[in-house]
Design a protein around this ligand. Structure first.
Ligand SMILES: NC(=O)c1ccc[n+]([C@@H]2O[C@H](COP(=O)([O-])OP(=O)(O)OC[C@H]3O[C@@H](n4cnc5c(N)ncnc54)[C@H](O)[C@@H]3O)[C@@H](O)[C@H]2O)c1
Length: 253
C-alpha cells in the first residue's frame, strides 16, 4: 500500500501499459485518474478499479490537459503522481512521411509529456506536494528502426526532457524518471507479435527469452513513483529483457 492517500494520474490509461500502471497504483492504495482519448474503453477500464475515475482528454492539446488536471484536483483533491504514458507509433518510411504524421507523433508522445508535467508541477509546487513523474520512453532512444523517425525522436526527447525537468523540479523535492520498455505485449505490438517471423526475430534479440508484460512495466512505474526510489531522479530505466547489452558478436537464437 505504498500509495495510500495518494492520487495518481495516468495518461493513455484505457488499455495496455497505461491501464497496467493504473491497476497497480490502485492495488497499492492510490485513487487513480485514468486519462485517455478512447472514452468507450477508458470508461470500462476505470469501472474495474474502485475509487478511480475516467477523464477523456487528448493529451497533446493544452486546453484539454489543463481541464483534465483541474478536474482531477476537483474530484480527488490533489495529484501526487503523474505517469506520462499516452503514445502512438505510426511507422512510416522517411521519404513518405508527411509533416502531419511527424507532428501527430511528436504532439501525442512528447508535447503531452511537457503539458502534463508543467501543469501538474505547478499544482504540486503550489501545494508543497513532493510528487513524482514517470515518463514512458522506449529503447528507441538508442536502438531503433528506419520507419521510426518520428517515434524515436519523440522518445529521445522524452528521456532528455526527463533529465532537464528533474533538475528544474529537484529543488521542490519532486522526482522525474522514465521507463524505456523493450517489447511489451499490447495492442501497439500485436501486429508484430502475431507474425511468426517477426516474433522470432524479436525473441532472438531478447536474452531473457520472452516479451514483457504490462505488469512488468507497472511494477517499475510503481517503484519509481514510490519512496523506495527517493534518491532516484532524471533516469531512464530500460526494461527490455537484456536486449541493449547484446552486441554484434553474440549468436542469435
Ligand atoms: N508496447 C511496447 O512494446 C512499448 C515499448 C516501448 C514503449 N512503449 C510506450 O508505452 C506507451 C503505451 O503503449 P502501449 O503499448 O500500452 O500502447 P496502446 O496502443 O495499447 O495504448 C496506448 C493508449 O494511449 C491512448 N492515446 C493515444 N493517443 C492519445 C492522446 N492523444 N491522448 C490520450 N490518450 C491517447 C490510446 O487510446 C491507448 O489507450 C506508449 O507511450 C508507447 O510508446 C510501448
Amino acid at each position: 500500500m505504498r500509495f495510500k492517500d495518494k492520487v495518481a494520474l495516468v495518461t493513455g490509461a484505457a488499455q495496455g501499459i497505461g491501464f497496467g500502471c493504473a491497476k497497480r497504483f490502485a492495488e497499492e492504495g492510490a485513487q487513480v485518474a485514468l486519462v485517455d482519448l478512447n472514452e468507450e474503453v477508458g470508461r470500462k477500464s476505470a469501472a474495474t478499479l474502485p475509487g478511480s475515475a475516467f477523464l477523456r482528454c487528448d493529451a497533446g492539446i493544452k486546453a484539454e490537459v489543463d481541464r483534465t488536471i483541474a478536474a482531477t484536483i476537483e474530484r480527488f483533491g490533489r495529484i501526487d503522481v503523474v505517469v506520462n504514458n499516452a503514445g502512438i507509433v505510426r511507422p512510416k518510411p522517411l521519404l513518405e512521411m508527411a509533416e502531419e504524421d511527424f507532428d501527430l507523433v511528436i504532439r501525442t508522445n512528447l508535447k503531452s509529456t511537457f503539458l502534463f508535467t508543467q501543469g501538474a508541477a505547478r499544482h504540486m509546487i503550489e501545494r508543497g506536494i513532493k510528487g513524482a513523474f514517470v515518463n514512458m520512453s522506449s529503447t528507441s532512444t538508442t536502438i531503433t528502426m528506419p520507419t521510426h523517425t518520428a517515434y524515436a525522436s519523440s522518445k529521445g526527447g522524452i528521456s532528455s526532457m526527463t533529465k532537464a525537468v528533474s533538475l528544474a523540479l529537484a529543488p521542490h523535492g519532486i522526482r522525474v524518471n522514465a521507463i524505456g520498455p523493450g517489447t511489451i505485449e499490447t495492442d501497439m505490438t500485436a501486429r508484430l507479435l502475431n507474425d511468426p517471423k517477426s516474433r522470432s526475430n524479436i525473441l532472438s534479440r531478447t536474452p531473457l527469452g520472452r516479451f514483457g508484460t504490462t505488469g512488468d512495466v507497472a511494477a517499475v512505474a510503481a517503484f519509481l513513483a514510490s519512496e523506495d526510489a527517493a534518491y532516484l531522479t532524471g533516469q531512464t530505466i530500460y526494461l527490455e529483457g537484456g536486449r541493449m547489452g547484446l552486441n554484434y558478436v553474440m549468436p542469435v537464437a
